[in-house]
Design a protein around this ligand. Structure first.
Ligand code: PEP
Length: 247
């Protein structure tokens, strides 16, 4: 049985003060996380604050990116060593915003995944087709290429690596696929992953809110949700966690 995984991707939102404010409200709700895994990925600069506040709460802290080298002349990049030093447990790699705005290729994704796994971080690799690719009937081909090239030659423990299927046209738009269409894609992704696919957790991401998360999580091959906008509001993030625990 795969444990449900709920992740909040704050993107470039919430500095230290707002992280403190969010956490105060969330923790006041005395949310329970037993039986599921929950992480929040704040911006790098808010990570130390978040790690401190969420210590022993059942909510782990993730990063939204890392670099594949550990040290050196790589201006502006962040090493896996520094993330480990802060107490980071999760890392999101290959989010579509990084692929599209910062030219992150499948090869770069693979190098980052390799380093993150080497450092015993829990990895979430984001994949998903763009709207035009979907319209051209190429969604499966696109995710297959992202997976095959992103994982090429990598040995991994399926407990440490999760996939987030995030159709790009659904991210931040309020539009979502029908949960059964998402389920079909998750099942295809599981097949592409082969034997390990049975154990790998595949999250759905793209405009997940309190009013639709239950319908996604009820699907047999949807093992969690990666949440952008709705994770910024402590009330809705707490409600999503509560719904996930009830599935
Ligand atoms: C995301 O950023 O991964 C995401 C799914 O965003 P949103 O929930 O806002 O669509």
């Amino acid at each position: 049985m795969r444990k449900l995984l709920i992740g909040g991707n704050w993107k470039m939102h919430k500095g230290i003060k707002e992280t403190e404010e969010f956490s105060k409200v969330l923790l006041n709700k005395e949310i329970k996380t037993e039986g599921i895994d929950v992480f929040i990925a704040p911006p790098f600069t808010s990570i130390p604050t978040a790690v401190e506040i969420f210590k022993d709460t059942g909510i782990s802290i993730g990063a939204q990116n890392l670099f594949w080298e550990e040290e050196g002349a790589y201006t502006g990049e962040v090493s896996s060593l520094f993330l480990k030093e802060l107490g980071v447990k999760w890392v999101i790699i290959g989010h579509s915003e990084r692929r599209n705005n910062f030219f992150e290729t499948n090869e770069k994704v693979r190098k980052k995944v390799k380093k993150a796994l080497q450092k015993d971080l829990n990895v979430v690799i984001c994949i998903g087709e763009k709207e035009e690719e979907r319209e051209e009937g190429r969604a499966k081909e696109v995710v297959e290429k992202q997976l095959q090239e992103g994982l090429l030659g990598l040995e991994y423990n399926p407990e440490k690596l999760s996939i987030a299927y995030e159709p790009v046209w659904a991210i931040g738009t309020g539009r979502t696929p029908h949960p059964e269409d998402a389920q079909r894609m998750h099942s295809i992704i599981r097949e592409i992953l082969g034997k390990k696919g049975e154990e790998v957790r595949i999250m759905y991401g793209g405009s997940v809110k309190t009013n639709n998360v239950g319908d996604f999580l009820k699907q047999g091959d949807i093992d969690g949700a990666l949440i952008g906008g709705a994770s910024l509001d402590p009330d809705s993030f707490a409600e999503i966690i509560k719904i996930a625990r009830g599935i």
